[in-house]
Design a protein around this ligand. Structure first.
Ligand code: HEC
Ligand code: HEC
Length: 248
């Protein structure tokens, strides 16, 4: 895979006709068109998949900073993490409107399901690897790392035990004595940390140094092997079972 990777600039994407009129005319053709920041400019997205455009290591600390910044600007955890990653990935990834992931905040507009920072970061990973193996391998590791790691890394933190926003916030309140409504600075830092972790894993996978480091616990594996596709074959999931179920 030593073939030279094509680097695209915004100019490469701009339609030669340019301007809003061309944009409107093409909008009806069914091409994958998006309107990016530049007013009136319309771009034609390159054919997907886009993995080839991820062609230089991401600046992990910059992603951490941007994730926190966008959370702080009111984007929410999911959009904040997604936006930090696609902007650091650059074009064409950055042409995708980050609002795509806004729904993920608070685990899905505050339903407390999948942590939005994971959701947004995972969406960016999926945008890079598509149906390729990278998506499942990296997102799996983000989920497992998040569940087992005291977050956020830089302040008073707690271990969630699962990728659920609900468990994550509840355990943080329990560990710190803080109220859920005081979670802003915590979720801000966590958004940066999760986006940065995704960037780190993508860099590692690209460099051939990625090694999953968070295997399922023996305890959960026993339940999993029987209940998920095994003898009982009656549920789905890789979360630790113990916080929600007693053994039997
Ligand atoms: C050897 C297979 C096997 C293993 C291992 C196993 N289970 Fe089960 N489990 C069953 C079967 C069979 C049932 C009853 C039928 C059903 O719900 O599928 C059951 C029932 C359950 C139920 C339904 C409610 C109940 O208690 O009857 C839950 C919840 C459950 N298991 C969780 C777990 C968890 C958590 C673990 C690991 C600590 C685990 N199981 C390990 C086979 C297994
Ligand atoms: C975040 C909490 C949570 C986690 C983690 C979780 N479960 Fe569940 N599980 C539930 C809920 C909620 C239900 C639905 C119970 C209901 O509606 O009665 C359920 C249902 C089940 C059932 C069917 C129960 C029944 O009454 O027949 C089984 C079996 C089960 N889970 C096994 C597992 C196993 C095995 C794991 C770990 C791999 C696991 N669960 C992890 C919350 C959880």
């Amino acid at each position: 895979m030593e073939e030279k990777k094509r680097v695209l600039t915004r100019r490469d994407f701009l339609m030669s006709a340019g301007g809003a009129v061309a944009g409107i005319a093409l909008a009806g053709t069914g091409l994958g068109l998006l309107t990016p920041k530049a007013e009136g400019a319309t771009v034609e997205l390159p054919e997907y998949p886009w993995e080839q455009y991820f062609d230089k290591p991401l600046d992990v600390e910059k992603v951490r900073e941007l994730g926190a910044q966008y959370y702080g600007e009111g984007n929410g955890c999911a959009e904040g993490a997604f936006r930090a990653l696609i902007e650091e990935l650059g074009e064409p990834f950055s042409f995708v409107p980050s609002q795509l992931m806004n729904f993920g905040k608070g685990g899905g507009v505050a339903w407390g399901t999948l942590c939005g920072a994971i959701n947004g970061a995972a969406a960016a990973v999926s945008l890079v690897y598509g149906r390729g193996q990278g998506t499942a391998v990296i997102v799996n590791e983000i989920m497992a790392w998040y569940s087992a790691t005291a977050l956020p890394l830089s302040m008073e933190n707690s271990i969630s035990g699962s990728p659920l926003c609900h468990a994550s916030i509840a355990n943080w309140c329990k560990a710190t004595g803080k109220k859920s409504s005081e979670r802003g600075p915590r979720c801000k830092a966590l958004t940066g940390d999760v986006a940065a972790q995704a960037a780190l894993y993508m860099n590692q996978l690209q460099a051939g140094t990625f090694v999953p480091a968070h295997p399922m616990s023996e305890e959960t594996k026993a339940c999993f092997d029987c209940h998920v596709g095994g003898y009982a074959d009656d549920t789905l999931g890789k979360m630790d079972c113990a916080p929600c179920h007693d053994g039997h």
